[in-house]
Ligand binder design. Structure first.
Ligand code: CTP
Length: 448
């Protein structure tokens, strides 16, 4: 009695899946098929799976080849399954050749040739058409972003813009983009959507011109430095049925979404206090973006993160806000603290580029508290703590790579499946944060 096992997402079930299962079954007497959960797919870098887990299981079942269907939800499960079910042959398609040779210690490993010219990714792309995404800016964050785009289906990154042609060309060649532009309007003709990763002070203009040209916009944080500008951009986007999103990566990460659900679900009781800090020591070198006298400083640089849990948990209607800050010689804040008072809660958001502090997030409630250790904004795990330490719980979630793939996957999904809603970091969240940054700058006697 030979037992065969194979695994996959089996999204948008296609001929390649059918052929693979058929041949896998022919290798033995019993076939076990492991179907991945959506969370596990995200963990292993597969975004935008379309079919629900139940539908994917149903499709596998309907082939009649699977004698047993199991769920695959974690790394390392394959070894457990091989032992648990007494598997003799482990089968996968040839795209995985070599990757699972380590399982030869437990059973025979067979890679079957893939069916040519078909894949779930291809079907997903064909279904909704590819979003042609252009990159505006060629700095470090844009480089990181490019590395993340390969994990998100439904888009093609074909061009880059930089007002200095040489920089656009260098970036374009490095990431094998077909086009590089130094003329913005011409560049916009070539794309459906843009990702703006330029210095803060230029976001508003680039975003506005892109929206007016009918392009969807994903803009790095802080999107703008005033409430009015934020409102104006969202108005243009909504009048033209365009997606406008602020790229606060943590807001889109599975761990943060889970944390919000736990905090809002009452596990730590009523939330009375949210304290978040983000400091990143940066040298005050000539020309350093972080020390720009107009738009630089720790608060413009980092407050989008520190304010994120505050606005998501306590909302936008704070009663009072005050700031404390210390500045460099050119008047730019090297360390800042915002204190927000709500009807039934308080919050503190700390930022620093010239002062180092513990970068943690602490949410205090009537039944317990949630602690996310530094660096909380790259949220991989958090603890829910109670009066009795033995009751404490730890939650974890994937935060692969630079963590930008989640916001990008949402951006593409919002374009291809328009709902007009982006609850993870909404228009109101963006407007509120822009308003707080504006207040900070005004009270510091600066105005961007
Ligand atoms: N497979 C195959 N031939 C294809 C596509 C997939 O033999 N043309 C195999 C894979 O190698 C794997 C199994 O089918 O063993 C399940 O693959 P899955 O990752 O679900 O399908 P893909 O179409 O490769 O999905 P994606 O494009 O999302 O990577």
């Amino acid at each position: 009695m030979k037992k065969v096992i194979t695994y996959g997402s089996f999204d948008l079930f296609h001929e390649g899946h059918y052929n693979l299962l058929k041949r896998a079954k022919e290798l033995g007497d019993t076939l076990i098929v492991g179907v991945t959960t959506e969370q596990y797919d995200v963990y292993r870098g597969k975004m935008n799976v379309v079919d629900s887990l139940m539908r994917r299981i149903d499709n596998v079942r309907q082939t009649g080849f699977a004698d047993e269907i199991i769920i695959e939800d974690h790394e390392g499960q394959k070894v457990e399954d091989i032992q648990k079910y007494g598997v003799n042959i482990f089968v996968l398609g040839s795209d995985w050749r070599g990757k699972y040779d380590y399982l030869k210690e437990y059973c025979e490993v067979v890679y079957l040739d893939r069916t040519k010219d078909i894949s779930s990714s291809k079907l997903r792309d064909e279904r909704h058409g590819l979003v042609r995404l252009g990159i505006v800016g060629t700095g470090r964050i844009a480089e990181r972003f490019m590395q993340e785009t390969k994990f998100v289906s439904g888009l093609i990154t074909s061009s880059v813009y930089n007002p200095r042609f040489e920089s656009a060309k260098r970036f374009g060649e490095c990431f094998e983009l077909s086009y590089f532009f130094d003329e913005y309007e011409k560049y916009l003709d070539d794309v459906d959507a843009v990702y703006i990763a330029t210095p803060h002070g230029t976001h508003y203009d680039y975003a506005r011109r892109a929206l007016i040209a009918g392009k969807h916009v994903l803009c790095e944080k802080p999107m703008v430095l005033s409430e009015l500008e934020a409102r104006e951009l969202f108005d243009i986007a909504s009048e033209n049925a365009l997606v406008l999103m602020e790229a606060v990566k943590t807001a889109y990460s599975p761990g943060f979404i889970n944390l919000l659900a736990i905090a809002r679900g009452g596990r730590i009781g009523t939330v009375y206090d949210v304290e978040a800090a983000f400091t990143k020591l940066t040298d005050n070198l000539p020309g350093a973006r972080e020390y720009d006298p107009v738009v630089g400083g720790s608060f413009t640089e980092l407050a989008s993160y520190s304010l994120l849990p505050v606005v998501k948990l306590l909302g936008h209607d704070y009663r009072d806000i005050s700031f404390e800050s210390f500045t460099a010689e050119n008047g730019v804040d090297i360390y800042a603290k915002a204190h927000l008072t709500y009807a039934g809660a308080v919050a503190t958001a700390k930022t620093g580029i010239g002062v180092k502090s513990e970068g943690q997030l602490l949410i205090s409630g009537t039944k317990g508290y949630i602690l996310v250790k530094s660096p909380w904004w790259l949220l991989k795990s958090f603890e829910v703590c109670y009066e009795i330490p033995d009751d404490n719980e730890t939650f974890s979630a994937p935060f692969p790579g630079f963590g930008l793939r989640f916001e990008l996957a949402d951006f593409v999904r919002n374009i291809t499946h328009p709902t007009g809603r982006n609850f993870k970091f909404s228009k109101d969240d963006s407007v509120c944060v822009a308003g707080i940054i504006e207040k900070f700058l005004r009270r510091a006697g600066r105005q961007a």
